[in-house]
Design a protein around this ligand. Sequence first.
Ligand SMILES: *Cc1c(COP(=O)(O)O)cnc(C)c1O
Length: 560
Amino acid sequence: MSKPRRPDPSPYLHLLEQLKACFPMPVSNPVMDGYFVHTLSRFLDRVDDLKSGVPLLGPSSRVPYENLMQERFPEKRRTVEEVTRLLVEYCQDMPIWAHPNAQVNVVPATTIPSITAFVAAAIYNPNIISDAYSARFATAEMQTVAMTADLIGYDPQQAGGVFTFSGTGTNFYGCKLGIEKVLGGRAMEEGIREDVKIISSAASHYSRLNVSGWLGVGMRNLVTIPTTPDNDMSLPHLEECLRRAFDAGEKVGVIIATMGTTDAFGLDDLGAIVRLRDQLAREYGLEQPPHIHADAVIGWVWSVFRDYDFAANPLGFHGRTLKALEDSLKRLGDLALADSLGIDFHKTGYAPYVSSLFLVKDRRDLALLSRHPKEMPYLYQVGSYHPGIYTLECSRPGSGALAAYANIRLLGKEGYRVLIGHNVEMAEMLRQRLEAHPSIRVVNHRNFGSVTLFRVYPPGVEAAAAYRREAGDPAYREQLEAHNFYNRRVFQLIHDRAMRGEGVLLSWTDAHRHADYGGEAGPPIAALKSYILSPWTDLAAVEMVARQVVEVRDQMESER
Ligand SMILES: *Cc1c(COP(=O)(O)O)cnc(C)c1O
C-alpha cells in the first residue's frame, strides 16, 4: 500500500523563505543579525568610496529628468545586495554638509547618536500616536519637551509640546492655537467664518504663506510688517498695524516673531512685541490678546549661552565672537516670553531631517487642538500618553524625538556652546576678511549668527556707497540690477570651482531684501551666502572663501 502523498507546498512558500532574509530577524539569530550589520557596513564602505576632496559625493551622475518618467513598476525581485548597490548610486552628488568647504545653508552635519536614533526608529518603527505604539520613544518625546522647556526658560511642569513634520509644522501649530484662541475655540468644530489676521515680518519664513493658506484664514489675511535694515520687524509699523486692526474691530490671531531669519539671522525684538501686545490688550480691553508664536527654529540653540559666564569666558572665544554671542542673546535670551515656539533640531541641533519640536508655555493650550474638545487630552496620565488626540498627524515617527534626545544627552549645553561658538567665531573671521576688501560689502553686518551675506562689486565701484544707493535710490535701479547680475556670475564661477574641488560651496539668495522704495514691490537685492555649521570649518576654509571671491573677480576682469 502506498503512503498517502503529501501535497506539494505552494511555490510561494519557497519565495517567502527568501523574502524573510530581507528583514532583520524578529528573534535573535547571530548569523542573520551579522548579515544585516554586514549589509549596512558594505553600504557605508561603498558610499565612503565616493568621497574625495570635493564637498560632494562623486562622481556626478545626474540623469535627465525626462528619462525618469520612463520608469515602470517592476515585475521581478532584486536581491538585497543589488538594491544596496542602487542605494549607493542615489547618494551620488549629495553635498557633504560636514565638509569644511560646504557653507551652503542651514543644513547640519548629523551626529552618530542622532543617526543611531534614526536607525533604531527605522528598525523598530515606533508611532508616537500613542505610547502603546511607541513605548520609550514616547518618553523620549516627553523628556525632550521638559529639557528644552528648561533650556529656553519655560516651566517644565507647565509646558507641553510635540514633535512634528518640520519647522513649517511648528508654525502650523502656533498659528492654529492663535486662531482657536481668538475664535473662542470654535474653529475646529465650526470652521473659520470670519477674517482672522496673522502678522509676521517681511523677513519671516515663507511658510507663513502655506500656513495661512492651508489653515484657511487665507493669504490675504496675512499681514506683512516691513523690516529694519537689520532684518527685524519694525516696531512702529507693528504698532500702527495692530492699532488699525483693533480700531476696526478686526481679530488678530497670531503674531509670529522670527527668532533667526533664514537668510540673514535677523532677530525680532520678542520682548518689545510682547510688551506692545500686552499694553494694547489693556488699552483696547481685548478679551483675547493675540497669541505670540516665536519661530525660533534656527535661533533656539543660542539659549545654551543664557548661563555662559561671558566675563570669565571659560571656552576662550575671541572678543568679536563674545560680542556677537552677547548681542544675539539680547534677543534670544528670553524666548520664554512667547506663548509657543518652534525648534528645529535638524537645523542648528545637528540631527537628521526631520526633527522639529513645537513647544507651548501652557500645555493646556493643546486641548484646543483635540478633535473632541470636551475630552481633555489624556496628557501625562500614568501609562497612557495619547498625543494622537491633538496632533495634526496620525502616524508620527519616533525618529525625530529620539534623535533630539540623543543630541541633548550627547552635547549638553557645553557641547552646543562649543559648536555654535565655533560657527560664530568662523563667521566673524570671514566677515573680517571680507570687510577688509573695498569692493565687498557684508550686507547683514549687524546680524550675528553664522551666516554671512555679501555682495561683490566691479572695479571702480565703492561697495559701501553703492550698497547704500541700491537700497534707497530709485535713480540707481539700473546699476542695482547690473550688480545683481554681476554677483550671480561671481556665484556661478565660485560654484564651478567648488565642483572641481578648488573652492568653497556657497549659496545664493535672489533677494536678501528689497530696496526701500516701491514698498514690497521694490527691486530685489541679491547676495552670496556663506552658512557655517560644520565643526570642520576652519580658518583655511574661511580664508579660501575670501581668496576665491577676489580671484573670481580678477578672472572676470581678464575675460572682459
Ligand atoms: C527653515 C525655516 C522654517 C521652515 O522649517 P522647515 O523645517 O524647513 O519646514 C521656518 N522658519 C524659519 C525661520 C526657517 O529658517
